[in-house]
Write a protein that binds this ligand. Structure first.
Ligand code: ZN
Ligand code: ZN
Ligand code: FE
Length: 758
């Protein structure tokens, strides 16, 4: 007795080996029928014995290919017909097939095994890949995703590769980047920006250069890396000098998990994400015995570590025997990463001694992703390669909008139905190159996702490049307040509706009153928000200069808490500041010259870090706050400094005067900076928890969302979460999307979509 079923599968099921997988399952179950791609996913028809079909459906979900993500599965009874075979039906030309393009994926175990097998025809081939692994997003020019619309188009498959490509039983069935020694891309080694070595083993040359302490520009998946032997301190120093990167930590690539464990402590969540298909950079706690020199990541306890994710990386480690290589993005600080060979030879000529390149074009740059695990959860710090363009799945449908994000560490977001597509990390839009990349990615994503936005959401800051760009597009505009967008981002990711208490803590965001906000407690929904509480305003002396020089914020807070005649000469941190500069800052504060008001939480951290002598000038964003967290000494419980909570109209002001008085008393008594830092953090947690209580009394709300870059501070976020949960709140944090400005565009899109509906 045979039956026939029609099965619709939605989700990420195209271009990921789904049809051959279905083919295999059907064959094993002796089922007849067909499988084909359609507009929303895959349509399967199967005919055979009922038990066989039931088993087929169970296995469909349970054994789906690694890159696929099954959304909905609907099953319908249809009448049997007389077919005896199972076939893969090609999608008809010109048929609209909405394909979710897969992210770039790390080399799979099968490919790795083949690459290291001397008997395999792809032995040591640096571009081996299959349906389960290899480049995707970064080589796609257009949709539908087939070879002709990728940068593999110029390589004609040899007969053997073509046979694999055509065979549904092969792991390379329809693997668009399929290639081999005979027909695929090749490496080339340039001993300088102007000289290609014609006859050489490019990998051997690269290994020799790295061993000699040179910096090599290596073309990767989403762009060039600058590579150096991480254990060679001279090479590390050289790279820092050339890259004009004083302190910002470098990421290191190590050959395998055993090597990671030698350097860092890892738990099961870290182990899993390190060896995942996405292979992000994972921030790990360094061991005391860690051999990686301190100047790789100065001033911090964590080390950014990742495992090889292309065949080329594996070859470098297998043949070179390195224990750790610095692999930092191939750019001058904060510019977009270089992707094109000529571009790299131009832009990186002062940075790299030599170049390992190849002739497979990277069409879209995509930096490495950065994550951190806390407990069993993985938090995105920079969501990019490996994750993009997998959408964030929303709990309801929203109109198609484009959200252009903020300014620093930017991403953009395109929404369509119940999916929100966040772009890769676009970096800082302050420089021209960053701005170009921003516009390029918007155009590209609109094309490959086939989304035509009906409106553009942007930050309220009139001077952001993203805002200016939005104003020129001629589409309806929706301005979204920065901290509101942060909270909406957290709500969207956690599928929340209604209103929440939103803790939105970060360095900078344009407020509706023109001040620079950043220490905000909002009562917020998608439509709107009220400012329920905020850190009290102080001047930001010299504007952006105060962000680079935390000592200026220290003086601002001291003048605020102790009066303008307070000169604080005897405080140790002022010894290093020129008396003239110091007085100048006091004057511009007093006369309100170029000193906008701010409630920034990041600046409060800066001030405390400066006062206790941790850092007077920063070399990268957030450095002072990061080092303040690192300094915490919580070997014994410390009482928090007293912040004040005072009512102001409908809201509350979080005052810092008493806190600074207590802090300065400690500094005068030479209390250790680690203790001061702990008391500061604990005090801030206490007052934020109290604020949540006050807001709950007023509104009845007991759901709290955390967002904003300050929540990258694990001590603060974990302690605050614990305290709020003890007080009966439910706390929601960001994981899939960064809580920093990289997640802003998602919140903007959600808010804009809700306003459009109205
Ligand atoms: Zn593979
Ligand atoms: Zn071939
Ligand atoms: Fe922010």
């Amino acid at each position: 007795m045979h039956i026939r079923r029609k099965i619709q599968v939605s989700g990420l099921v195209q271009g990921v080996g789904f049809r051959p997988f279905v083919f295999r399952l059907a064959q094993e179950g002796n089922l007849a029928g067909s499988v084909m791609n359609n507009a929303s996913g895959v349509t399967i028809e199967v005919q055979g014995r009922q038990e066989a079909i039931e088993e087929f459906i169970t296995r469909l979900r349970a054994e789906a290919p690694p890159l696929s993500r099954i959304g909905d599965v609907s099953i319908n009874e249809i009448p049997c017909i007389s077919d005896h075979e199972f076939s893969i039906i090609e999608s008809r030309k010109g048929e609209a097939v909405h394909t979710l393009i897969s992210p770039d994926v790390a080399t799979c175990d099968d490919c790795l095994r083949e690459m290291l097998d001397p008997a395999d025809r792809r032995f040591h081939y640096p571009f081996i890949n299959c349906t389960n692994c290899g480049p995707r997003y970064t080589i796609v020019r257009n949709i539908p995703y087939d070879r002709a619309s990728t940068s593999m188009a110029q390589f004609q498959m040899c007969a053997t590769c073509q046979a694999e490509y055509d065979d549904p039983r092969s792991r390379r069935f329809h693997a668009q980047p399929n290639a081999c020694w005979e027909c695929g891309p090749r490496l080339e080694f340039w001993s300088s920006a102007d000289r290609m070595l014609a006859v050489c083993d490019p990998i051997a040359e690269t290994i020799a250069a790295l061993r000699a302490g040179q910096i090599v520009a290596i073309k990767g998946l989403g762009g060039f890396h600058l590579a150096a032997d991480a254990l060679n301190t001279t090479a590390v120093d050289l790279l820092r000098r050339r890259k004009h990167r004083a302190d910002k930590p470098f990421a290191v690539m190590v050959p395998n998990l055993e090597a990671v464990e030698e350097f860092c402590e890892i738990g099961s969540a870290e182990r899993a994400i390190l060896s995942s298909l996405q292979r992000p950079i994972v921030l790990l706690r360094r061991r005391e015995s860690c051999l990686i020199p301190a100047q790789v990541a100065p001033g911090v306890r964590e080390l950014g570590v990742f495992l090889p994710y292309t065949p080329l990386h594996h070859l470098l480690f297998t043949k070179g025997g390195f224990k750790a290589l610095i692999m930092t993005s191939g750019n001058m600080s904060e510019e977009p990463i270089a992707i094109d060979n000529d571009e790299a030879r131009g832009r990186l000529r002062e940075l790299a001694d030599c170049f390992l390149m190849h002739n497979r074009e990277i069409l879209l740059r995509c930096d490495d992703s950065v994550v951190r695990a806390s407990g069993s959860q993985v938090h995105q710090l920079r969501r990019s390669r490996g994750f993009v363009p997998v959408p964030v799945f929303l709990h309801k449908k929203i109109p198609a909008v484009l959200a252009v994000g903020g300014e620093l560490k930017n991403t953009i977001c395109l929404s369509s139905g119940s999916q929100a597509f966040l772009s890769q990390h676009l970096g800082d839009l302050e420089n021209l190159a960053g701005y170009g990349f921003f516009a390029e990615v918007i155009e590209h994503l609109e094309k490959i996702l086939e989304i035509q936005p009906s409106a553009i959401a942007h930050d309220l800051h009139p001077d952001y490049f993203s805002t200016k760009w939005a104003l020129e597009q001629g589409l309806p505009l929706i301005g979204v307040q920065h901290h509101h967008a942060h909270i909406a981002s957290c709500m969207a990711e956690n599928h929340l509706d209604g209103r929440v208490v939103g803790f939105s803590l970060d360095g900078t965001g344009y407020g509706t009153d023109g001040a620079i906000w950043g220490g905000e407690v909002l009562v917020a929904g998608y439509e709107d928000f009220q400012r329920a509480a905020h850190l009290e305003y102080v001047p930001l002396p010299g504007g952006a200069a105060a962000i680079r020089e935390p000592w200026r914020m220290a003086l601002s807070y001291l003048a605020h808490s102790f009066g303008h005649d307070y000169r604080a000469e005897e405080l140790p941190f002022l010894k290093d500041i020129d008396a003239k500069n110091r007085n100048l800052i006091f004057q511009i504060i007093e006369r309100s010259i170029n000193s906008p008001l701010t409630s920034s939480c990041g600046r409060l951290f800066d001030a405390v870090a400066a006062i206790i002598g941790i850092r007077q000038k920063v070399n990268y964003e957030g450095q002072a706050a990061i080092e303040l967290e690192v300094a915490i000494d919580n070997s014994s419980p410390q009482s928090g400094y007293p912040f004040e909570l005072t009512q102001d109209g409908d809201g509350w002001i979080i005052g810092v005067d008493a806190m600074f008085h207590a802090l300065i008393d400690d500094v005068r008594c030479s209390v250790e900076p680690g203790i001061v830092s702990a008391r500061f953090h604990n005090g801030l947690v206490d007052v934020l928890a109290n604020t949540a209580d006050r807001v709950r009394e007023q509104t009845g709300l007991d759901r709290v969302c955390f967002s904003g870059g300050t929540f990258n501070n694990l001590y603060l976020s974990q302690r605050l979460q614990k305290q709020l949960e003890q007080n009966g709140f439910t706390v929601w944090t960001q994981r899939e999307v960064p809580c920093g400005d990289g997640g802003l565009s998602l919140g903007q899109a959600m808010i804009a979509a809700h306003r459009l509906r109205k």
